[in-house]
Ligand binder design. Structure first.
Ligand SMILES: Nc1nc2c(c(=O)[nH]1)N[C@H]1C(S)=C(S)[C@@H](COP(=O)(O)OP(=O)(O)OC[C@H]3O[C@@H](n4cnc5c(=O)[nH]c(N)nc54)[C@H](O)[C@@H]3O)O[C@H]1N2
Ligand SMILES: Nc1nc2c(c(=O)[nH]1)N[C@H]1C(S)=C(S)[C@@H](COP(=O)(O)OP(=O)(O)OC[C@H]3O[C@@H](n4cnc5c(=O)[nH]c(N)nc54)[C@H](O)[C@@H]3O)O[C@H]1N2
Ligand SMILES: [Mo]
Length: 592
């Protein structure tokens, strides 16, 4: 890194950058310099602390990617709030934000309501806008097991994703069963953006055939008749046109739904990243509420997350718009006084940078530059920041297109042994099902200059915050048990954290809708929310483009150049197009 300019590095591919191995030493890119230089931890932390102390708290922002452990995430938000800001944008803003927003209004919780065991008791699992084969391979096992116990699976996707149509479990080779099985019983090949129309069709079908759970609707919900009225305005012609499906198909799916006592709906980016993401997630929720499929064994909503701890990070308070309930418990538990005004999310943060309103930008992992929506704009906005700091394991583009000065702080990965104060430490994470469990490293660290994320945050806090601060940062820098005790006092659901997390499979966080059909919404009810259908009409000669993830790539990290499920090799920049459309235009496949 010292011998090559950042401009030269920026010309390399992402694949090349990731292949350079681990970052093993703190590095500094001074203002007006084009090469990183080695720097000691003390010097690095001093530079950040000076930058933070020389401007108002709201001129700093703290980004988080989703791999950060609960303990480090908790300390990180505690530090940001002690410093005086809620500027905590995170990768979740670009991922399942719409799930959180939609579900909070519908059922009073921003996460899913199913456990893994529910899959064993489900009659019908809807997999909507999600490709578990590539992105959640372990979920295929849960789907296969559910199917063997009699569940039906409906796949809603413009593409017939391979994992769901041709599934082969590695262990089946051992049992000498060589055939692959089709997991999906039905594939509803919606148009891109056609899910809301499909949901309207399913709702209409169930209402008109009386396939609804009257008890649930009366006792626990609000907004049902309003929704029914609004649905009358949606014609079947519009539903067919917008969804790209024919009425009979939708009715057959409706029949399967009506015949099922316990339905799970899973979804991911195929819904969340649409402009109407919040609305369409509420439509899916409407459908489940209609049949009383919340708070029932084998049923519920299941937004399937990406990063291993993105859900836990939010639970720990990585959130630019925290609720008063959350903040007051945080303050009572830790003795700090959190700022109340909301901070920047990812998009607002980029705007603020562009307007010259950010002096210090710290990233706990991730690749802000490449993951955010408009790379060029983000790069030019970042360039206006005084100091950008990346706490990372591996090199990526965010280390090369930086603020006026930049730091790289190399941290331990979760697979590495973390010994602090003579004791081996472990951390915890929360999965999509709300289960909190331990994560322990077992390989030797790549360098003795690496530090744990918690250590880095606490060492910074000790420099920036007054020495009589209410939090014992010294202790937390080397003792995750102490941090868990503080979390237990400061965040609901984590009582006896240290004891419960040590159980072999961890513990499940409280989930009021699932546990006892308690809905912590404004009216205390589960809400049917009506939303107008989005405009999915296309202009003449226009096409819709969607993005999909591929094999051998994890978000911005490129591990290889092959997507074996799709038979695409040697390239990452691929546009797939309907052959008929290409023919009509006389367009040809590029041959290399
Ligand atoms: N190998 C690998 N695994 C990953 C990741 C990775 O990059 N690589 N990323 C991780 C992260 S952070 C996340 S968030 C998850 C994401 O997991 P997924 O959400 O499964 O990821 P995508 O491939 O982006 O999924 C988009 C899916 O939605 C479909 N789709 C697109 N538009 C529509 C639509 O309008 N309606 C419907 N019904 N479907 C639509 C696409 O065909 C595709 O199957 O994966 C995680 N796991
Ligand atoms: N065009 C497009 N953009 C998207 C998406 C899309 O589908 N299409 N998906 C969006 C989604 S769903 C998400 S979640 C975001 C993801 O946005 P980010 O989370 O910001 O991006 P990642 O590529 O997951 O981050 C990878 C980097 O994290 C660092 N890293 C890896 N492990 C660790 C660790 O243990 N500790 C630390 N400190 N650092 C580590 C490495 O340096 C690595 O280069 O991107 C979003 N952006
Ligand atoms: Mo994600």
């Amino acid at each position: 890194l010292e011998n090559i300019t950042v401009q030269e590095l920026a010309n390399k591919s992402d694949y090349w950058l990731n292949n350079q191995g681990r970052l093993v030493h703190p590095m500094y890119l001074p203002p007006d310099s084009n090469k990183y230089q080695r720097i000691s931890w003390d010097e690095a932390l001093d530079i950040i602390s000076q930058s933070l102390q020389s401007s108002p708290p709201d001129r700093a922002a703290f980004y988080t990617s989703g791999r950060t452990s609960n303990e480090a995430a908790f300390l990180y938000q505690l530090f940001a709030r002690s410093h005086g800001t809620n500027n905590l944008p995170d990768c979740s803003n670009m991922c399942h934000e719409s799930s959180g927003r939609g579900l909070n209004v519908s059922i009073g919780i921003g996460k899913g309501t199913v456990t893994l065991e529910d899959f064993d008791h489900s009659d019908l699992i809807m997999v909507i806008g999600q490709n578990p084969g590539t992105n959640h391979p372990r979920m295929l096992t849960a789907l296969r097991d559910a199917k063997r116990k009699g569940a039906k699976i409906i796949h809603v996707n413009p593409l017939a994703e391979a994992g769901l149509s041709r599934f082969k479990h590695p262990q089946d080779y051992m049992n000498l069963s060589f055939g692959s099985e089709s997991l999906a019983d039905m594939h509803l090949q919606v148009k891109i953006g056609g899910d809301a129309a499909l949901m309207h069709g399913l709702l209409k079908y169930c209402i008109s055939t009386g396939a609804i759970d009257n008890n649930f609707i009366q006792e626990y919900s609000a907004g049902f008749s309003q929704m029914c009225n609004n649905l009358e305005n949606t014609t079947w012609e519009r539903i067919e046109e917008d969804s790209g499906l024919v009425r009979e198909e939708i009715e057959r799916a409706g029949e399967m739904f009506a015949d099922s006592n316990a339905v799970i709906a899973c979804w991911a980016m195929g819904l969340t990243q649409h402009r109407n993401g919040v609305a369409v997630i509420q439509e899916v929720t409407n459908l489940l509420l209609l049949g009383g499929h919340i708070g029932r064994v084998g049923a519920g909503v299941c937004p399937v997350r990406g990063h291993s701890n993105v859900q836990g990070d939010r639970t720990m308070g990585i959130w630019e718009s925290p609720t008063e309930t959350f903040l007051s418990q945080m303050d009572a538990g830790t003795g700090i006084i959190s700022p109340r005004s909301h901070g920047y999310d990812v998009v607002e943060c980029i705007r603020a940078m562009g307007d010259g309103l950010i002096d210090t930008f710290v990233c706990m992992g991730g690749n802000f530059l490449s993951a955010t929506p408009d790379t060029e704009l983000t790069a030019s906005s970042l360039a206006k920041v005084g100091l950008t700091v990346q706490i990372s394991t591996k090199l990526n583009r965010s280390h090369l297109l930086t603020g006026k000065s930049a730091l790289i702080l190399p941290c331990l990965g979760r697979t590495e042994i973390d010994i602090a104060n003579g004791k081996q430490q472990f951390v915890s994470v929360e999965n999509s099902m709300g289960v909190v469990h331990t994560s322990r490293g077992n390989i030797q660290p790549a360098s003795d200059m690496l530090r744990s994320e918690s250590w880095i945050v606490c060492s910074l806090a000790m420099r920036v915050l007054p020495s009589d601060h209410s939090v014992n940062w010294q202790e937390h820098s080397i003792n995750n048990d102490a941090t868990r005790d503080l979390i237990a006092k400061s965040i609901a659901g984590f009582e006896k954290f240290n004891q419960r997390v040590r159980a072999p499979s961890g513990f499940t966080l409280p989930n009021p809708p699932r546990d006892n059909r308690t809905f912590m919404t404004e009216n205390g009810k589960a809400n049917f929310i009506s939303n107008p259908l989005p405009d999915v009409n296309l202009k003449e000669d226009h096409y819709v483009m969607m993005t999909i993830r591929s094999h051998d790539q994890y978000n911005t990290t490129i591990y290889g150049l092959h997507d074996r499920y799709r038979g695409i090799h040697g390239n990452r920049r691929v546009i797939l197009m309907n052959a008929q459309d290409m023919n009509d235009r006389g367009w040809k496949t590029r041959t290399r």
